[in-house]
Design a binder for this molecule. Structure first.
Ligand SMILES: [Cu+2]
Length: 557
């Protein structure tokens, strides 16, 4: 591993992962972090070294993934089971040591056994010494939204979802929405006298895409994932799973016409998270899941509107004006572009976008396998499954597989014998085309600049996330003109939302050798196999000094 530079502070934390029961109304064990849900925010300055001791007290193995951290030089600290490490065993522990980089709103979550859908989430804030747009706000608040399920994801929901009882692959529909661990109309966000507030919004849901707004207040967007942008004003913003958006509001801009003349002045304002109901494959107004048990006290039908309360006098009163219920599933036209391609990066000079040298097309489909279980596929391969699409070639188990050892370890042991072909020239593309081993492992040469075309043949919108990198979002089927319009100023994100029956084009500069997962961040789709692994520069990884550490080796025994 390359030596870490000595600049920056050491930030040490201990995270205890254990089941908790924070709600008197639910018997469901939640995967808590330090006995909290969500887990405590971890904060550091860019360039600091984070030393995070994770202690596993769950009755099953776990890991923590540091979502948005590049891990360049610490490839084995990414927390992705099968790719970069073996899981932390029951009663085991692991100390993650990595550089706080890049800066911005990151988060952490479990990356094993659906534990993130069951509660293992928390904010990870990497501050810049000089924060762009800092002059516009005086204080900040984190809003971490998640889907609430009455049942455990990793047992009951998953076993139903991937079963012959669910051949259409209907995803478990959430039972409620939680923000910062609170249900609708029970989250109070005090302003503590500040009028200019930055919100860091993190979508930590297992399934739902949300529209975020605050009644009567323009949202001035200043950061998308971890890329600062020139302030950009909208009335609402769409945030897909795993994405982050920062915006600031100024209470002096509140639209008083929302408050009817006959009611007293309001001392609070509704914060809204509206789930995009059109992404659910059922009519949520009448849907009852077949696995549902009636003993839970939450509403029978899922309410896609979450209301939080921004408390202007910190006295937690409800707004005096009516709620103005939005129509179920309505989309706000000014937030239709969910990747916000029109936003401009704040640091233009640093954002040199190289020309592509390589090309990779990934076709996304969902459909039954030969056992009539619904699975999700990249180029007809459902990751980690023997059950590839009926009629398609079966997996060749002789190839690289993460069943045995983490991909990273295999890269170090046989850098030239991984069984993945090198890129080839084809008649269809002027660029070298990235190849796979037929099992979802794609070999990317170190230093390659890869244009990845995500062709979504499913009707649903999918949020695709890459580990170890940010990519440039070039264009989507909803904004094909963005490629020309914003040439040289594309935005970097780590999660791109690919429109249903549409496409997105992203560009990756492969400057971080390692084994990096690329997957849909909807937990159910990941479970259904919508994952590939990018094997970037095995020899560059070794040249960088990577070695399998004795600790990592022991964890795999
Ligand atoms: Cu998906």
């Amino acid at each position: 591993m390359s030596a870490m530079t000595t600049e920056g502070a050491i930030v040490s934390r201990t995270l205890i992962i254990d089941n908790i029961y924070p709600y008197s109304t639910s018997q469901k064990p939640i995967v808590g972090v330090n006995y909290q849900y969500p887990g405590p925010p971890i904060e550091a300055y860019e360039g600091d070294t984070l030393v995070i001791r994770v202690i596993n007290k769950l009755p099953q193995p776990t890991t923590v993934h540091w979502h948005g951290i590049s891990q360049n030089g610490t490839q084995d600290m990414d927390g992705a089971v099968g790719a970069t490490q073996c899981a932390i065993s029951r009663n085991g522990e692991m100390t993650y040591i990595f550089k706080a980089s890049p800066a911005g709103t990151a988060w952490y979550h479990g990356h094993h056994l659906d534990q993130y859908a069951d509660g293992l989430i928390g904010p990870l804030i990497i501050r810049r010494k000089v924060e762009p747009n800092q002059q516009y706000y005086d204080t900040e608040r984190i809003l971490m939204v998640a889907d609430w399920y009455n049942e455990l994801a990793r047992t009951k929901l998953l076993s139903w979802f991937l079963s012959t009882n669910n051949p259409k692959g209907i995803e478990p529909i959430p039972d409620a929405i939680v923000v910062n661990g609170k249900f609708s109309e029970s989250l109070f966000v005090p302003t503590n006298g500040s009028k200019r507030i930055r919100f860091r919004i993190i979508n930590a849901a297992a399934f739902s895409m949300y529209t975020f707004s605050i009644d009567g207040l323009p949202l001035h967007i200043i950061e998308l994932d971890q890329t600062p942008v020139e302030p950009y004003t909208v009335s609402s913003v769409v945030i897909n799973v795993a994405q982050r958006v920062s915006c600031f509001v100024n209470l002096d801009e509140f639209d008083q016409s929302l408050v009817p003349a006959e009611v007293p002045p309001t001392k609070s304002i509704y914060i809204r998270f509206q789930a995009m109901a059109d992404m659910y494959p059922v009519d949520i107004r009448s849907y009852r899941a077949p696995y549902a048990t009636p003993r839970y006290p939450y509403p029978i039908y899922f309410n896609p509107l979450f209301l939080g309360i921004l408390s202007l006098d910190s006295k937690n009163s409800l707004p005096t004006y009516p709620v103005y219920d939005e129509r179920i599933g309505s989309r706000n036209p000014d937030s239709e572009d969910i990747n916000l391609l029109g936003a401009r990066p704040f640091y233009r000079a640093n954002n040199i976008v190289p020309d592509a040298t390589h090309f990779l097309k990934l076709v996304i489909t969902i459909g039954p396998d030969s056992s009539n279980i619904s699975r999700a596929y990249f180029n007809n391969v459902s990751y980690g499954s023997d059950m590839n699409r009926a009629g398609q070639k079966t997996t060749n188990k002789k190839c690289l597989t993460s069943d045995t050892l983490p991909l990273l370890h295999q890269m170090a042991m046989t850098p030239n014998g991984l069984g993945i072909p090198s890129p080839i020239m084809t008649r269809d593309s002027p660029l070298l085309v990235i190849q796979s081993d037929g099992n979802g492992h794609y070999l990317i040469p170190y230093g390659a600049v890869v244009d990845i075309l995500l062709e979504n043949r499913d009707e649903g919108e999918h949020p695709f996330h890459i580990h170890g990198y940010e990519f440039w979002v070039i264009s989507t089927s909803e904004n094909p003109q963005a490629e020309e319009l914003y040439r040289g100023a594309y935005l970097q994100r780590d999660t791109v939302s690919v429109p249903g029956s549409g496409w997105a084009k992203i560009r990756l500069l492969a400057n971080n050798p390692g084994a990096w997962l690329f997957h849909c961040h909807i937990e159910w789709h990941m479970d259904a196999g919508l994952i590939v692994a990018f094997i970037v520069g095995p020899n560059a990884l070794l040249a960088q000094g990577y070695k399998i550490t004795p600790i990592q080796k022991r964890m795999c025994q």
